[in-house]
Design a binder for this molecule. Structure first.
Ligand code: SF4
Ligand code: SF4
Length: 471
């Protein structure tokens, strides 16, 4: 196993690192814990998890493995490092989540604690403003965290801004053969500032297994498979500290370990030649270079085109989730409507992609892949997206059903089931897949089921959105 220095921390970590978000049987905690243990025995020393992974079970699984890894370390085994995260904007919740992580993981302190999932500059500002970022540093000062790091999905210019002001010791971001063009400058900037650079999705989020014929180009040497080819590309960048490989089961773990045999990174010249060939090899795919960012309508074309790759690779069902959770795009319909058909993006596109046509493709896939069971039937006030997500339904009572009798603002009928309520009112906080949220407050019968009318609604931009008025 090769080990590289994690930035300026002085720690050497294995270049093959375990990603803990894909355990295939998360409820079978003991059986799944054998996977990190196997990897530990193969020399892996960096283990990544997060509170929400695998239905909240990933940290438990790793915690079971940690107990045994501590024993093996005491018996002469190697050092290991635990990485987890918090995406909370409220500092109290950051602390609570860290305390839960410490308990579940069976560690006295978190080695690498990530300010998690910064998808836009606005999100970063919100985390700072609310005190969440400061709380990470406080936890470090109290000895509960060793290193504060950040996990993000920003492009290179925003990555450079982030690391210039974030006072973190490392970062985690997606980097692979399809997005290296718009992430490359960012990882070089981080490395130059002495940050560790861990990489997620080194295997293009599993895309090569959906369309192996398209990714044959990764196999550049005899005996290569897609895992080794993908990892070689990523680890040939000296700025990369290590790559997280998400393992579902023991077969995945063995495949990842086997890929490290005879990996032999590219020389600088080989890497340059390989990167130059990628435009050709990925001819029909968006490579994420983001040269199309000069859209006069401010449409994030590269985000939509990267997502369109999933459609082209035969996985249209991934579109809604990819846009919402990775790219923080909530309303594709509105974005595509905004296009004035100027063709500027197509002139700029390094792949000469038919972007305007693909905008429609990605919109269709987004519409088709939206969750069908999202809340209970209330469309957003702009009537552009599907039913609301009740993020905090009936906090003061047992209200469970909300329905909208007529479109527009004003009166809503709030069906409430108040059997368990001790209060005279009911409340629900709502958020829609597009960028709107609102609150419903109602007076309702104290006992039994009832319907409250004239419920007021106060629309506000939700945390995912950036628009500020109801239209
Ligand atoms: S064609 Fe549409 S998406 Fe492309 S640059 Fe013009 S407005 Fe933007
Ligand atoms: S659409 Fe073209 S220019 Fe835009 S990111 Fe993709 S490949 Fe690059």
């Amino acid at each position: 196993m090769e080990y590289r220095l994690y930035g300026n921390t002085g720690h050497r970590v294995s270049v093959l690192s375990m990603g803990g978000m894909r355990f295939e049987r998360p409820d079978d905690v003991d059986a799944m814990a054998e996977i990190p243990l196997y990897l530990y025995d193969q020399g892996v020393s960096y283990f990544d998890t997060a509170p929400g992974y695998c239905r909240q079970k990933s940290e438990d699984i790793l915690g079971v493995a940690v107990r045994e890894m501590k024993r093996r370390r005491a018996d002469g085994g190697h050092e290991f490092f635990i990485s987890t995260k918090s995406n909370k904007a409220d500092p109290k919740l950051v602390r609570q989540e860290a305390e839960t992580s410490l308990r579940k993981l069976n560690v006295e302190r978190i080695d690498f604690h990530h300010i998690w999932c910064i998808r836009t500059w606005q999100e970063w500002e919100e985390r700072k403003r609310g005190g969440a970022v400061a709380e990470f540093h406080k936890l470090r000062d109290e000895g509960l965290v060793r290193h504060v790091v950040v996990s993000h999905h920003l492009d290179s210019p925003d990555t450079a801004r982030l690391i210039a002001e974030a006072e973190v010791e490392g970062m985690l971001l997606g980097f692979n053969a399809t997005n290296f063009r718009y992430r490359g400058d960012g990882i070089r900037a981080a490395h130059a500032r002495g940050l560790g650079v861990m990489v997620m999705n080194p295997l293009v989020g599993g895309a090569p297994w959906q369309a192996p014929e398209r990714f044959e180009f990764l196999k550049t040497r005899p005996g290569d498979d897609l895992v080794r080819g993908g990892l070689r590309f990523v680890l040939s960048h000296p700025e990369v500290t290590g790559a997280l490989v998400g393992v579902r089961n023991m077969d995945d773990a063995r495949a990842a370990v086997a890929a490290m045999d005879d990996l032999r990174p590219y020389t600088a010249d080989e890497l340059a030649a390989f990167e130059a060939s990628l435009g050709e090899n990925l001819a029909e795919l968006c490579t994420g270079c983001a040269y199309c960012r000069e859209c006069p309508q401010d449409i994030p074309v590269w985000k939509l085109m990267e997502t369109c790759n999933h459609v082209l690779l035969g996985n249209p069902d991934a579109v809604w989730g990819r846009l919402k959770w990775h790219w923080s795009v909530d309303d594709v319909d509105e974005l595509v409507d905004r296009c004035i058909d100027c063709g500027r993006c197509e002139q700029l596109c390094t792949q000469h992609l038919p972007i305007r046509e693909r905008l429609k493709t990605v919109r269709d896939a987004w519409l088709a892949s939206r969750p069908k069971k999202y809340g209970h039937g209330m469309p957003c006030p702009r009537r552009r997206c599907l039913p609301f997500v009740a993020v905090q339904a009936a906090a003061t009572g047992g209200g469970r059903r909300v329905r909208l009798p007529a479109e527009g603002r004003g009166s809503y009928v709030f069906g409430v089931d108040r059997r368990n309520s001790h209060f005279g009112g009911a409340m629900a906080t709502l958020a829609w897949p597009c960028s709107w949220s609102g609150s419903l407050h109602a007076h309702a019968p104290r006992r039994g089921s009832g319907t409250a009318s004239s419920v007021s609604m106060a629309p506000t931009p939700n945390t995912y959105g950036d628009r500020a008025s109801l239209t």
